[in-house]
Write a protein that binds this ligand. Structure first.
Ligand SMILES: [Zn+2]
Ligand SMILES: [Zn+2]
Length: 348
């Protein structure tokens, strides 16, 4: 076994602290990665605090991992030592179900091994995430980080980037469309950048005016403050698509009214409580309410290549791991523009 240093939550109430643990030896299909950067996703906070229930402790969070290949197994052909690679939200899946066969591993109907707070395919061995020095991952679940990308700006793309890219591509959102992005946080800021790069006319809907200038800088044409009810009246029936990135409870019905006939609202944020849904906003204009979760490995690679070509990365604040608990408090307050990334060289 490989000895690894990381940071873990030992239970739902304790702050993260230094933690030593073991990872498997490099198997034939495996790649050993020396981790340079790991993004902090809001779901790291939810899971270390067991806010979704069922958390497994000790928990080493982190699923926005970028690092260098240190060693490869004898059957690994696609990756070699020294190469910059990424690991996203899952590290394995059943590989045989219809979803896996279509490259939609995120919707695996068998057992999906999430990068942390989950188990390997054996259903027993816990998975530990990227707040650590090293990780061992099967080559099928790795992506290449394009050379011209800054690795620290690439890390958040592995969750926030793919979570917004995948639905934008699935619904073929582009030049002919008006797209509203609800919430300008880690997910929202990537949705604006990618939506704009795909040619859509992007509007940001935010709870205050504080991010108005940022929204424009990131590529939004319009910005509206949703704390005033007039906003909803003024924007009624304006949008082809709404990408809703908010993970706090909010009134979906009010947003559905902003869609044109046949418009689609896509949820990518996950509030803890169920939302009250009225039938009329859907019925009256044949509108649709949909959801989407991250993306498959092939699509994640496609997203990275797309972002590299368009020179898109996440807007980040790099921190040493010793500041992770303070950063969590700021994530909860929405006080980060727009993603914390941990510099793993701080972990000794
Ligand atoms: Zn995430
Ligand atoms: Zn599967």
């Amino acid at each position: 076994m490989l000895d690894v240093q990381g940071y873990a939550a030992l239970n739902a109430r304790s702050p993260l602290e230094p933690f030593r643990f073991s990872r498997r030896e490099v198997g034939r299909q495996d790649v050993l990665i020396h981790i340079h950067y790991c993004g902090i996703c809001h779901s790291d906070v939810h899971q270390t605090r067991d806010e979704w229930g069922g958390s497994l402790f000790p928990m080493v969070p982190g699923h926005e991992i970028v690092g260098t290949v240190e060693k490869v197994g004898t059957s690994v052909k696609q990756f070699k030592a020294g190469q910059m690679v990424g690991v996203g939200c899952f590290v394995d899946s059943c590989r045989t179900c219809s979803a896996c066969k279509k490259g939609l591993e995120q919707y695996c109907e068998g057992h999906i091994a999430f990068t942390y707070n989950s188990t390997e395919r054996d259903g027993v061995t816990p998975t530990y995430g990227g707040y650590s020095t090293n990780v061992v991952v099967d080559q099928r679940y790795l992506v290449r980080i394009p050379k011209r990308m800054r690795p620290e700006e690439a890390a958040p793309l592995l969750c926030a980037g793919i979570t917004t890219y995948s639905p934008l591509r699935h619904w073929r959102i582009g030049k002919k469309h008006r797209l509203a992005v609800v919430g300008l946080g880690g997910l929202g800021h990537m949705a604006v950048k990618i939506g704009h790069a795909l040619g859509a006319r992007v509007t940001v809907l935010s709870r205050s005016d504080k991010k108005r200038a940022d929204a424009k800088r990131l590529g939004a044409r319009d910005f509206h403050n949703t704390s005033t009810p007039e906003t909803f009246a003024a924007l009624a029936k304006q949008f082809d698509f709404i990408l809703d990135t908010v993970s706090a409870p909010h009134d979906l019905n009010a947003y559905l009214d902003l869609l044109k006939t046949d418009g689609t609202m896509i949820l990518v944020g996950a509030p803890e409580k169920p939302a009250a849904l009225e039938a009329f906003p859907l019925i009256l204009k044949r509108r649709r309410l949909a959801g989407s979760m991250i993306g498959g490995i092939k699509e994640t690679q496609e997203m990275l290549d797309f972002c590299a070509k368009r020179k898109l990365g996440a807007d980040i604040e790099v921190i040493p791991i010793q500041e992770v608990n303070k950063a969590y408090e700021r994530v909860v307050r929405g006080d980060v523009r727009y993603r914390f990334v941990i510099d793993m060289s701080s972990l000794k």
